[in-house]
Design a protein around this ligand. Sequence first.
Ligand code: ASP
Length: 442
Amino acid sequence: MIKVVKFGGSSLASAEQFTKVGNIIRDDINRRYVVPSAPGKRDAKDTKVTDMLYKCYELASAKEPGEKFIAQLEAIEDRYQQIIDGLGLKLSLAEEFKTIKENFLANAGSDYAASRGEYLNGIIMAKYLGYTFIDSAEVIKFTENGDFDSELTNQILSAKLKEHEKAVIPGFYGSYPDGKIKTFSRGGSDITGSIVARACKADVYENWTDVSGFLIADPRIIKNPEAIDTITYKELRELSYMGATVLHEDAIFPVRREGIPINIRNTNAPKDKGTWIVESTCQKSKYTITGIAGKKGFCSINIEKDMMNSEIGFGRKVLQAFEDAGISFEHMPSGIDTMTIFAHQDEFMDKEQQVVSAIHRLADPDIIEIESDLALIAVVGRGMKSTRGTAGRIFSALAHANVNVKMIDQGSSELNIIIGVANEDFETAIEAIYNIFVLARI
Ligand code: ASP
């Protein structure tokens, strides 16, 4: 059995956290491939090493990088030294930091700079565990255009992993064909973990973080929300898209190809089962809904035209106006003689009049009205398909909470119901929906 374990920044922010991680890994001999992030925040006021590195590189790129650059680099070195000392390791990163300093001054690039966070943490982790260190630059490959080269990577990485029974592969970065370092987008160590899991055909990809799984709702809105036991890739995609963050969105794809489940776990509460993210399951979720997520900051463009219903091509013309302005739309509920387009307000605002005049020109509607400061909430659950009355419960809960529903969109997959409300009703609406399904269990 092979388990790939990825640890997030907060799990590796200090020697104390490293010790917890060491215990977790030693607790199960199947935890053979380890993907570390860079040290994260030790407390709310702290700075992630990745952010320190970006800053440091900025200072190094100044016309005359001086004391500030050196001080920042020393502060980073100090973070690692504290971990090394705290773990009582015999390890010096002096040579590494000498090279890093030279490369920073030689303009090695901000991706190179940021990647050193995971690289150095990987060296410490390998030493601490007695595992082999594999530099991700050698095994995670990008094309010349900067796209992740999944097949080449899989080939190189799976061959490499076969040579080593236990290894540490730092997260977040890889290299271009010429060897130059390239990172994934922020939070990208999740992707590395998934790539490693695919390459060794792992039985499970454990993603260790600082919460006990994927929560049913945002903890900033709901106090101590319950964690989801099992969620499908599809449900996760819906929730992540609507703003729920635990796992990098792209982390799903490599494991999905091999049907490898992801288990989100909490380094600070290792006994908690966490959330299982799976391809498909016959397990019913505990509640009718699996999760709720949402985002503020949308606007709606309501378009009316008499007899719109029978005018073939009307929708296409309206969407053409959005396409020409380079604006993607989020939802498009429609009535008999009306249709509404939801778009991100900040994206739409700058091009508002351009789009409106284009709709007039292309589709000749009677009225166009714009409404701003709207929020969209997705209520997601595979259980909805087989349960009657889900929508009814949502809307009566919202009515009781005095929330006016401005839009409803239910996809034909019956996996989610999207609700539009005013920004100011956003939190109340989420609370009302959470309460009715999770607390009241009706
Ligand atoms: N250290 C990187 C970041 O802060 C990548 C990661 O942690 O996954 O975004």
